[in-house]
Design a protein around this ligand. Structure first.
Ligand SMILES: Cc1ncc(COP(=O)(O)O)c(C=O)c1O
Length: 468
Protein backbone atom coordinates (compact mmCIF):
# COMPACT_ATOMS: atom_id res chain seq x y z
CA UNK A 1 0.00 0.00 0.00
CA UNK A 2 1.47 3.37 -0.96
CA UNK A 3 0.20 6.64 0.51
CA UNK A 4 -2.39 7.10 3.22
CA UNK A 5 -5.67 5.27 3.23
CA UNK A 6 -8.51 7.44 2.05
CA UNK A 7 -11.38 5.13 2.97
CA UNK A 8 -11.71 4.13 6.61
CA UNK A 9 -10.58 0.58 7.20
CA UNK A 10 -12.97 -1.56 9.28
CA UNK A 11 -11.49 -5.01 9.76
CA UNK A 12 -14.53 -6.29 11.61
CA UNK A 13 -16.86 -5.24 8.81
CA UNK A 14 -14.73 -7.00 6.21
CA UNK A 15 -14.70 -10.14 8.31
CA UNK A 16 -18.46 -10.01 8.81
CA UNK A 17 -19.03 -9.82 5.07
CA UNK A 18 -16.61 -12.69 4.47
CA UNK A 19 -18.21 -14.74 7.25
CA UNK A 20 -21.68 -14.27 5.78
CA UNK A 21 -20.38 -15.28 2.34
CA UNK A 22 -18.70 -18.34 3.81
CA UNK A 23 -21.87 -19.46 5.59
CA UNK A 24 -23.94 -18.95 2.44
CA UNK A 25 -21.51 -20.92 0.29
CA UNK A 26 -21.09 -23.94 2.54
CA UNK A 27 -24.33 -23.75 4.47
CA UNK A 28 -26.97 -24.02 1.77
CA UNK A 29 -29.84 -21.74 0.93
CA UNK A 30 -33.30 -20.79 2.01
CA UNK A 31 -35.72 -22.44 -0.39
CA UNK A 32 -38.66 -20.12 0.25
CA UNK A 33 -39.69 -17.47 -2.27
CA UNK A 34 -40.58 -14.25 -0.51
CA UNK A 35 -40.75 -11.45 -3.07
CA UNK A 36 -42.55 -8.43 -1.64
CA UNK A 37 -44.05 -5.29 -3.12
CA UNK A 38 -41.56 -2.48 -3.77
CA UNK A 39 -43.23 -0.13 -1.29
CA UNK A 40 -42.88 -2.65 1.58
CA UNK A 41 -39.21 -3.19 0.82
CA UNK A 42 -38.60 0.54 0.53
CA UNK A 43 -40.14 1.00 3.96
CA UNK A 44 -37.99 -1.74 5.51
CA UNK A 45 -34.80 -0.49 3.89
CA UNK A 46 -35.39 3.13 4.79
CA UNK A 47 -33.07 5.74 3.27
CA UNK A 48 -29.71 4.11 2.72
CA UNK A 49 -28.05 6.46 0.25
CA UNK A 50 -27.46 9.54 2.39
CA UNK A 51 -24.61 12.08 2.75
CA UNK A 52 -23.05 10.53 5.85
CA UNK A 53 -23.77 6.92 4.92
CA UNK A 54 -25.53 4.47 7.22
CA UNK A 55 -22.36 2.55 8.06
CA UNK A 56 -21.27 -0.80 6.76
CA UNK A 57 -22.62 -2.81 9.68
CA UNK A 58 -26.12 -1.42 9.23
CA UNK A 59 -25.89 -1.90 5.45
CA UNK A 60 -24.88 -5.53 6.04
CA UNK A 61 -27.75 -6.00 8.47
CA UNK A 62 -30.18 -4.74 5.83
CA UNK A 63 -28.61 -7.09 3.30
CA UNK A 64 -28.96 -10.18 5.48
CA UNK A 65 -32.27 -9.34 7.14
CA UNK A 66 -34.24 -7.46 4.48
CA UNK A 67 -32.71 -7.95 1.07
CA UNK A 68 -31.64 -11.60 0.97
CA UNK A 69 -34.89 -12.92 2.47
CA UNK A 70 -36.77 -11.11 -0.31
CA UNK A 71 -34.84 -12.97 -3.00
CA UNK A 72 -35.25 -16.51 -4.25
CA UNK A 73 -32.35 -18.95 -3.97
CA UNK A 74 -31.70 -19.97 -7.54
CA UNK A 75 -29.47 -22.84 -6.48
CA UNK A 76 -31.85 -24.71 -4.21
CA UNK A 77 -32.24 -28.31 -5.47
CA UNK A 78 -36.02 -27.89 -5.46
CA UNK A 79 -35.95 -24.71 -7.51
CA UNK A 80 -37.16 -26.21 -10.78
CA UNK A 81 -38.65 -23.09 -12.35
CA UNK A 82 -37.50 -21.10 -15.40
CA UNK A 83 -33.84 -22.15 -15.72
CA UNK A 84 -32.39 -22.40 -12.21
CA UNK A 85 -28.72 -22.54 -11.23
CA UNK A 86 -26.46 -24.95 -9.39
CA UNK A 87 -23.00 -23.39 -8.89
CA UNK A 88 -20.39 -25.55 -7.19
CA UNK A 89 -18.86 -24.38 -3.91
CA UNK A 90 -15.54 -24.07 -5.74
CA UNK A 91 -17.03 -21.73 -8.35
CA UNK A 92 -18.78 -19.58 -5.75
CA UNK A 93 -15.78 -19.14 -3.53
CA UNK A 94 -13.57 -18.40 -6.51
CA UNK A 95 -15.97 -15.68 -7.59
CA UNK A 96 -14.90 -13.87 -4.42
CA UNK A 97 -11.24 -14.29 -5.41
CA UNK A 98 -11.93 -12.91 -8.88
CA UNK A 99 -13.55 -9.85 -7.32
CA UNK A 100 -10.67 -9.42 -4.90
CA UNK A 101 -8.12 -9.56 -7.72
CA UNK A 102 -9.94 -6.69 -9.53
CA UNK A 103 -8.67 -7.71 -12.96
CA UNK A 104 -9.64 -5.88 -16.13
CA UNK A 105 -10.22 -8.77 -18.51
CA UNK A 106 -11.19 -6.78 -21.59
CA UNK A 107 -7.69 -6.60 -23.02
CA UNK A 108 -4.85 -9.08 -23.11
CA UNK A 109 -2.41 -6.49 -21.84
CA UNK A 110 -4.41 -5.99 -18.64
CA UNK A 111 -5.80 -9.46 -18.04
CA UNK A 112 -3.58 -11.91 -19.94
CA UNK A 113 -3.30 -14.51 -17.19
CA UNK A 114 -7.01 -14.57 -16.50
CA UNK A 115 -7.92 -14.57 -20.19
CA UNK A 116 -5.51 -17.44 -20.88
CA UNK A 117 -7.37 -19.59 -18.33
CA UNK A 118 -10.79 -18.45 -19.58
CA UNK A 119 -9.65 -19.46 -23.07
CA UNK A 120 -8.90 -22.99 -21.84
CA UNK A 121 -12.47 -23.27 -20.60
CA UNK A 122 -13.75 -21.94 -23.94
CA UNK A 123 -11.50 -24.38 -25.81
CA UNK A 124 -12.99 -27.27 -23.83
CA UNK A 125 -16.49 -26.17 -24.85
CA UNK A 126 -15.44 -25.68 -28.47
CA UNK A 127 -13.87 -29.15 -28.43
CA UNK A 128 -17.10 -30.68 -27.12
CA UNK A 129 -18.88 -29.10 -30.07
CA UNK A 130 -16.32 -30.69 -32.41
CA UNK A 131 -14.80 -27.39 -33.45
CA UNK A 132 -11.20 -26.74 -34.59
CA UNK A 133 -8.67 -25.36 -32.11
CA UNK A 134 -8.68 -22.07 -34.04
CA UNK A 135 -12.14 -21.34 -32.63
CA UNK A 136 -12.36 -18.77 -29.87
CA UNK A 137 -14.49 -16.25 -28.13
CA UNK A 138 -15.09 -14.71 -24.76
CA UNK A 139 -17.38 -14.78 -21.77
CA UNK A 140 -20.23 -12.27 -21.72
CA UNK A 141 -22.90 -11.58 -19.14
CA UNK A 142 -25.58 -13.88 -20.50
CA UNK A 143 -26.89 -15.53 -23.62
CA UNK A 144 -28.97 -12.47 -24.43
CA UNK A 145 -25.71 -10.58 -24.95
CA UNK A 146 -24.09 -13.62 -26.55
CA UNK A 147 -26.86 -14.11 -29.10
CA UNK A 148 -26.82 -10.41 -29.97
CA UNK A 149 -23.04 -10.31 -30.34
CA UNK A 150 -22.98 -13.41 -32.56
CA UNK A 151 -25.76 -12.09 -34.78
CA UNK A 152 -24.04 -8.72 -35.18
CA UNK A 153 -20.89 -10.60 -36.27
CA UNK A 154 -22.93 -12.70 -38.69
CA UNK A 155 -24.44 -9.60 -40.27
CA UNK A 156 -21.02 -8.01 -40.55
CA UNK A 157 -19.74 -11.03 -42.46
CA UNK A 158 -22.76 -10.87 -44.76
CA UNK A 159 -22.18 -7.16 -45.34
CA UNK A 160 -18.69 -7.83 -46.60
CA UNK A 161 -19.99 -10.49 -48.97
CA UNK A 162 -22.61 -8.31 -50.65
CA UNK A 163 -22.00 -5.58 -53.21
CA UNK A 164 -25.10 -3.66 -52.21
CA UNK A 165 -26.96 -3.39 -48.93
CA UNK A 166 -30.27 -5.29 -48.95
CA UNK A 167 -33.59 -3.53 -48.27
CA UNK A 168 -33.88 -5.31 -44.94
CA UNK A 169 -31.62 -7.63 -43.01
CA UNK A 170 -33.23 -10.79 -41.66
CA UNK A 171 -32.34 -13.99 -39.89
CA UNK A 172 -34.34 -17.20 -39.62
CA UNK A 173 -35.62 -18.69 -36.34
CA UNK A 174 -38.62 -20.60 -35.03
CA UNK A 175 -41.23 -19.22 -32.66
CA UNK A 176 -39.71 -21.46 -29.97
CA UNK A 177 -36.32 -19.68 -30.14
CA UNK A 178 -35.65 -17.81 -26.90
CA UNK A 179 -37.18 -14.34 -26.49
CA UNK A 180 -33.65 -12.86 -26.50
CA UNK A 181 -33.34 -13.84 -30.16
CA UNK A 182 -36.27 -11.63 -31.11
CA UNK A 183 -34.95 -8.97 -28.76
CA UNK A 184 -31.68 -9.06 -30.76
CA UNK A 185 -33.65 -8.51 -33.96
CA UNK A 186 -35.26 -5.45 -32.41
CA UNK A 187 -31.94 -4.02 -31.25
CA UNK A 188 -30.42 -4.69 -34.68
CA UNK A 189 -33.50 -3.34 -36.44
CA UNK A 190 -33.75 -6.45 -38.57
CA UNK A 191 -36.55 -8.88 -39.35
CA UNK A 192 -37.09 -12.49 -38.35
CA UNK A 193 -37.95 -15.06 -40.96
CA UNK A 194 -40.28 -17.45 -39.18
CA UNK A 195 -39.56 -21.13 -39.65
CA UNK A 196 -42.45 -23.34 -38.48
CA UNK A 197 -41.42 -25.89 -35.86
CA UNK A 198 -42.45 -29.53 -36.04
CA UNK A 199 -44.81 -31.12 -33.50
CA UNK A 200 -42.13 -30.80 -30.81
CA UNK A 201 -41.31 -27.23 -31.84
CA UNK A 202 -38.05 -28.26 -33.52
CA UNK A 203 -36.64 -26.50 -36.53
CA UNK A 204 -35.85 -29.08 -39.20
CA UNK A 205 -33.59 -28.70 -42.20
CA UNK A 206 -36.56 -29.32 -44.52
CA UNK A 207 -38.73 -26.62 -42.94
CA UNK A 208 -35.82 -24.17 -43.06
CA UNK A 209 -35.11 -25.00 -46.71
CA UNK A 210 -38.76 -24.42 -47.64
CA UNK A 211 -38.80 -20.99 -45.98
CA UNK A 212 -35.51 -19.98 -47.61
CA UNK A 213 -36.64 -21.26 -51.03
CA UNK A 214 -39.68 -19.01 -50.76
CA UNK A 215 -37.33 -16.04 -50.28
CA UNK A 216 -35.47 -16.78 -53.53
CA UNK A 217 -32.47 -18.49 -55.07
CA UNK A 218 -29.97 -16.47 -53.07
CA UNK A 219 -31.37 -15.63 -49.61
CA UNK A 220 -28.14 -13.83 -48.66
CA UNK A 221 -28.61 -11.35 -51.49
CA UNK A 222 -32.11 -10.77 -50.12
CA UNK A 223 -30.66 -9.85 -46.72
CA UNK A 224 -30.97 -13.20 -44.94
CA UNK A 225 -27.68 -13.35 -43.08
CA UNK A 226 -28.10 -16.07 -40.45
CA UNK A 227 -30.11 -18.93 -39.03
CA UNK A 228 -30.57 -19.28 -35.27
CA UNK A 229 -31.02 -22.86 -34.14
CA UNK A 230 -31.77 -23.89 -30.56
CA UNK A 231 -29.79 -26.59 -28.79
CA UNK A 232 -32.36 -26.87 -26.03
CA UNK A 233 -35.38 -24.59 -26.27
CA UNK A 234 -36.15 -22.92 -22.98
CA UNK A 235 -39.80 -23.89 -22.77
CA UNK A 236 -39.47 -27.56 -23.72
CA UNK A 237 -35.73 -28.34 -23.76
CA UNK A 238 -35.93 -29.53 -27.35
CA UNK A 239 -32.87 -29.64 -29.63
CA UNK A 240 -33.38 -28.57 -33.25
CA UNK A 241 -32.32 -30.73 -36.20
CA UNK A 242 -28.83 -29.26 -36.16
CA UNK A 243 -27.42 -31.57 -38.85
CA UNK A 244 -30.23 -30.80 -41.32
CA UNK A 245 -30.06 -27.07 -40.57
CA UNK A 246 -26.27 -26.99 -40.92
CA UNK A 247 -26.50 -28.57 -44.35
CA UNK A 248 -29.05 -25.99 -45.51
CA UNK A 249 -26.86 -23.17 -44.17
CA UNK A 250 -23.79 -24.61 -45.88
CA UNK A 251 -25.40 -24.83 -49.30
CA UNK A 252 -26.76 -21.28 -49.06
CA UNK A 253 -23.73 -19.62 -47.48
CA UNK A 254 -25.62 -18.63 -44.32
CA UNK A 255 -24.15 -18.20 -40.85
CA UNK A 256 -25.46 -20.77 -38.39
CA UNK A 257 -25.70 -19.60 -34.81
CA UNK A 258 -26.65 -22.18 -32.18
CA UNK A 259 -28.30 -20.90 -29.03
CA UNK A 260 -27.29 -23.52 -26.51
CA UNK A 261 -27.66 -21.22 -23.50
CA UNK A 262 -29.36 -23.91 -21.46
CA UNK A 263 -28.96 -27.12 -23.44
CA UNK A 264 -25.44 -27.10 -24.87
CA UNK A 265 -24.17 -28.08 -21.41
CA UNK A 266 -25.38 -31.55 -22.38
CA UNK A 267 -22.67 -31.73 -25.06
CA UNK A 268 -20.60 -33.26 -22.26
CA UNK A 269 -23.10 -36.10 -21.72
CA UNK A 270 -22.57 -39.18 -23.92
CA UNK A 271 -26.17 -40.35 -23.44
CA UNK A 272 -27.52 -37.39 -25.47
CA UNK A 273 -24.51 -36.60 -27.67
CA UNK A 274 -26.40 -37.77 -30.78
CA UNK A 275 -28.85 -34.85 -30.40
CA UNK A 276 -26.04 -32.38 -31.09
CA UNK A 277 -24.86 -33.91 -34.37
CA UNK A 278 -24.35 -31.05 -36.81
CA UNK A 279 -23.23 -28.57 -34.18
CA UNK A 280 -19.69 -29.04 -35.45
CA UNK A 281 -20.67 -27.11 -38.59
CA UNK A 282 -22.07 -24.02 -36.85
CA UNK A 283 -20.36 -20.63 -37.06
CA UNK A 284 -21.05 -19.52 -33.51
CA UNK A 285 -22.70 -20.81 -30.38
CA UNK A 286 -23.48 -19.74 -26.85
CA UNK A 287 -23.80 -21.72 -23.66
CA UNK A 288 -24.43 -20.28 -20.19
CA UNK A 289 -22.27 -21.93 -17.52
CA UNK A 290 -24.53 -20.08 -15.05
CA UNK A 291 -27.34 -22.38 -16.13
CA UNK A 292 -26.31 -26.02 -16.32
CA UNK A 293 -22.52 -25.90 -16.03
CA UNK A 294 -22.40 -25.23 -12.31
CA UNK A 295 -21.01 -21.67 -12.37
CA UNK A 296 -22.36 -18.56 -10.66
CA UNK A 297 -24.01 -15.61 -12.40
CA UNK A 298 -23.26 -14.06 -14.72
CA UNK A 299 -21.45 -16.16 -17.23
CA UNK A 300 -22.13 -16.96 -20.89
CA UNK A 301 -19.57 -18.52 -23.21
CA UNK A 302 -19.74 -17.03 -26.70
CA UNK A 303 -17.68 -19.01 -29.21
CA UNK A 304 -16.93 -18.23 -32.85
CA UNK A 305 -15.60 -20.76 -35.33
CA UNK A 306 -13.58 -17.88 -36.82
CA UNK A 307 -13.05 -15.23 -34.12
CA UNK A 308 -11.94 -12.71 -36.75
CA UNK A 309 -15.61 -12.17 -37.62
CA UNK A 310 -16.30 -11.22 -34.03
CA UNK A 311 -13.35 -8.85 -34.12
CA UNK A 312 -14.49 -7.25 -37.40
CA UNK A 313 -17.88 -6.53 -35.87
CA UNK A 314 -17.04 -5.54 -32.33
CA UNK A 315 -13.53 -4.09 -31.96
CA UNK A 316 -13.65 -0.54 -30.66
CA UNK A 317 -11.10 2.00 -31.81
CA UNK A 318 -10.36 5.39 -30.28
CA UNK A 319 -7.38 7.62 -29.72
CA UNK A 320 -7.15 6.58 -26.11
CA UNK A 321 -7.27 2.90 -27.14
CA UNK A 322 -4.39 3.14 -29.61
CA UNK A 323 -2.03 1.49 -27.12
CA UNK A 324 -4.18 -1.64 -26.96
CA UNK A 325 -2.25 -4.60 -28.33
CA UNK A 326 -4.28 -6.39 -31.00
CA UNK A 327 -1.71 -9.12 -31.59
CA UNK A 328 -3.61 -11.42 -29.20
CA UNK A 329 -7.39 -11.77 -29.12
CA UNK A 330 -8.85 -9.24 -26.75
CA UNK A 331 -12.19 -10.33 -25.26
CA UNK A 332 -13.31 -6.71 -25.54
CA UNK A 333 -13.02 -7.02 -29.33
CA UNK A 334 -15.32 -10.03 -29.61
CA UNK A 335 -18.68 -8.89 -28.24
CA UNK A 336 -20.82 -5.88 -27.38
CA UNK A 337 -18.76 -4.71 -24.40
CA UNK A 338 -15.44 -3.13 -23.48
CA UNK A 339 -14.81 -3.32 -19.74
CA UNK A 340 -15.39 -6.80 -18.41
CA UNK A 341 -14.56 -8.82 -15.30
CA UNK A 342 -12.99 -12.24 -15.80
CA UNK A 343 -16.41 -13.80 -15.37
CA UNK A 344 -15.30 -17.06 -16.93
CA UNK A 345 -12.80 -17.72 -14.14
CA UNK A 346 -15.18 -19.12 -11.51
CA UNK A 347 -16.32 -21.60 -14.18
CA UNK A 348 -12.72 -22.39 -15.09
CA UNK A 349 -11.75 -22.84 -11.43
CA UNK A 350 -14.57 -25.29 -10.84
CA UNK A 351 -13.72 -27.17 -14.03
CA UNK A 352 -10.04 -27.29 -13.13
CA UNK A 353 -10.82 -28.33 -9.56
CA UNK A 354 -13.29 -31.10 -10.31
CA UNK A 355 -12.21 -32.21 -13.77
CA UNK A 356 -14.25 -32.67 -16.90
CA UNK A 357 -15.23 -36.26 -16.01
CA UNK A 358 -17.02 -35.01 -12.92
CA UNK A 359 -18.80 -32.44 -15.08
CA UNK A 360 -19.90 -35.24 -17.42
CA UNK A 361 -21.17 -37.22 -14.42
CA UNK A 362 -23.01 -34.21 -12.99
CA UNK A 363 -24.88 -33.56 -16.25
CA UNK A 364 -25.64 -37.28 -16.67
CA UNK A 365 -26.97 -37.34 -13.09
CA UNK A 366 -29.37 -34.52 -13.93
CA UNK A 367 -30.49 -36.35 -17.09
CA UNK A 368 -31.04 -39.53 -15.07
CA UNK A 369 -33.11 -37.59 -12.52
CA UNK A 370 -35.23 -36.20 -15.33
CA UNK A 371 -35.84 -39.68 -16.75
CA UNK A 372 -36.75 -40.98 -13.29
CA UNK A 373 -39.28 -38.16 -12.82
CA UNK A 374 -40.74 -38.92 -16.28
CA UNK A 375 -41.42 -42.45 -15.03
CA UNK A 376 -43.04 -41.02 -11.88
CA UNK A 377 -45.32 -38.80 -13.98
CA UNK A 378 -46.30 -41.76 -16.16
CA UNK A 379 -47.13 -43.81 -13.07
CA UNK A 380 -49.80 -41.35 -11.86
CA UNK A 381 -53.29 -41.28 -13.35
CA UNK A 382 -53.83 -37.64 -12.37
CA UNK A 383 -50.86 -36.55 -14.52
CA UNK A 384 -50.16 -36.65 -18.25
CA UNK A 385 -46.74 -36.30 -19.84
CA UNK A 386 -46.84 -33.74 -22.65
CA UNK A 387 -43.78 -35.08 -24.47
CA UNK A 388 -40.73 -37.22 -23.94
CA UNK A 389 -37.94 -34.80 -22.95
CA UNK A 390 -34.81 -34.44 -25.08
CA UNK A 391 -32.82 -33.08 -22.15
CA UNK A 392 -33.88 -32.00 -18.66
CA UNK A 393 -37.05 -29.96 -19.18
CA UNK A 394 -40.22 -31.86 -18.41
CA UNK A 395 -43.71 -30.70 -19.41
CA UNK A 396 -46.77 -32.37 -17.92
CA UNK A 397 -50.43 -31.72 -17.19
CA UNK A 398 -52.54 -32.20 -14.08
CA UNK A 399 -55.66 -33.70 -15.60
CA UNK A 400 -58.59 -31.32 -15.19
CA UNK A 401 -56.69 -28.24 -14.04
CA UNK A 402 -56.84 -24.76 -15.56
CA UNK A 403 -54.21 -22.03 -15.41
CA UNK A 404 -55.69 -20.55 -12.21
CA UNK A 405 -55.31 -23.94 -10.47
CA UNK A 406 -51.69 -24.28 -11.56
CA UNK A 407 -50.93 -20.74 -10.41
CA UNK A 408 -52.50 -21.24 -6.97
CA UNK A 409 -50.60 -24.52 -6.53
CA UNK A 410 -47.33 -22.94 -7.72
CA UNK A 411 -47.59 -19.95 -5.35
CA UNK A 412 -48.55 -22.17 -2.42
CA UNK A 413 -45.43 -24.32 -2.85
CA UNK A 414 -43.12 -21.36 -3.54
CA UNK A 415 -44.18 -19.83 -0.21
CA UNK A 416 -43.83 -23.09 1.63
CA UNK A 417 -40.40 -23.68 0.11
CA UNK A 418 -41.26 -27.21 -1.02
CA UNK A 419 -40.75 -26.66 -4.73
CA UNK A 420 -40.51 -23.79 -7.14
CA UNK A 421 -42.36 -24.81 -10.29
CA UNK A 422 -44.24 -22.31 -12.42
CA UNK A 423 -46.76 -23.14 -15.13
CA UNK A 424 -46.16 -22.48 -18.81
CA UNK A 425 -48.11 -23.20 -22.00
CA UNK A 426 -47.73 -25.86 -24.62
CA UNK A 427 -49.75 -25.42 -27.83
CA UNK A 428 -51.79 -22.83 -25.97
CA UNK A 429 -52.71 -25.16 -23.09
CA UNK A 430 -51.51 -24.49 -19.53
CA UNK A 431 -49.05 -27.13 -18.32
CA UNK A 432 -46.50 -27.54 -15.56
CA UNK A 433 -42.82 -27.32 -16.37
CA UNK A 434 -39.85 -28.65 -14.42
CA UNK A 435 -36.30 -27.70 -15.39
CA UNK A 436 -33.56 -29.80 -13.79
CA UNK A 437 -29.96 -28.56 -13.64
CA UNK A 438 -28.93 -29.54 -10.13
CA UNK A 439 -27.31 -32.94 -9.50
CA UNK A 440 -28.47 -32.67 -5.86
CA UNK A 441 -32.17 -32.78 -6.85
CA UNK A 442 -33.70 -36.11 -5.75
CA UNK A 443 -36.32 -37.78 -7.93
CA UNK A 444 -37.96 -39.23 -4.80
CA UNK A 445 -38.52 -35.74 -3.37
CA UNK A 446 -40.01 -34.57 -6.67
CA UNK A 447 -42.21 -37.69 -6.71
CA UNK A 448 -43.70 -36.66 -3.35
CA UNK A 449 -44.61 -33.31 -4.89
CA UNK A 450 -46.26 -35.14 -7.80
CA UNK A 451 -48.33 -37.12 -5.30
CA UNK A 452 -49.63 -33.87 -3.83
CA UNK A 453 -50.96 -32.87 -7.24
CA UNK A 454 -53.71 -35.47 -6.80
CA UNK A 455 -55.36 -33.15 -4.25
CA UNK A 456 -57.61 -30.24 -5.11
CA UNK A 457 -55.72 -27.03 -5.89
CA UNK A 458 -55.09 -24.70 -2.93
CA UNK A 459 -57.03 -21.43 -2.74
CA UNK A 460 -55.54 -18.65 -4.82
CA UNK A 461 -53.23 -16.24 -2.96
CA UNK A 462 -53.87 -12.56 -3.72
CA UNK A 463 -50.86 -11.04 -5.44
CA UNK A 464 -49.50 -14.43 -6.55
CA UNK A 465 -45.71 -14.78 -6.71
CA UNK A 466 -45.27 -11.04 -6.11
CA UNK A 467 -46.52 -10.92 -2.49
CA UNK A 468 -45.39 -12.57 0.72
C1 LIG B 1 -32.18 -20.93 -24.87
C2 LIG B 1 -31.92 -19.63 -24.17
N1 LIG B 1 -31.35 -18.62 -24.84
C3 LIG B 1 -31.09 -17.44 -24.25
C4 LIG B 1 -31.41 -17.22 -22.94
C5 LIG B 1 -31.08 -15.91 -22.30
O1 LIG B 1 -30.00 -16.09 -21.45
P1 LIG B 1 -29.54 -15.02 -20.37
O2 LIG B 1 -30.67 -14.95 -19.39
O3 LIG B 1 -28.30 -15.61 -19.82
O4 LIG B 1 -29.34 -13.73 -21.07
C6 LIG B 1 -32.02 -18.22 -22.19
C7 LIG B 1 -32.41 -18.01 -20.79
O5 LIG B 1 -33.07 -18.80 -20.17
C8 LIG B 1 -32.27 -19.47 -22.81
O6 LIG B 1 -32.83 -20.49 -22.16
Amino acid sequence: MTGERFWPHDEQLLRSVMDWSWRRIVGGQDPQARARPARDLAADLGDTVVPDGIGGHEALRLFTQVMVPATRAQDNPMNLAYVPAAPTEASLVFDLAVSAAEMFAGTWEAGAGAIAAENQALAWLAGLAGWPTTAGGCFVSGATMGNLSALVAARERARTRLDAAPDRWRFAATGDAHSSVRAAATVMDCGVLDVPGDERGRMTGDALAAVLDAVGDDPLADGVFAVVASAGTTNAGVVDDLAGIAEVCRTRGLWLHVDGAYGAAALVAPSVAHLFAGMEHADSFVVDPHKWLFAPYDCCALVYREPEHGMAAHAQFADYLEAVDRAEWNPADLAVHLTRRARGLPFWFSLATHGTDRYRDAVETVLATTRAVVDEVRARDHLRLVMEPDLSVLLFERVGWEMADYEAWSVHHARAGTVLCVPTRWEGRPVLRLCFVNPATRASVVAAVLDGLADDPPSPVPGGHRRA
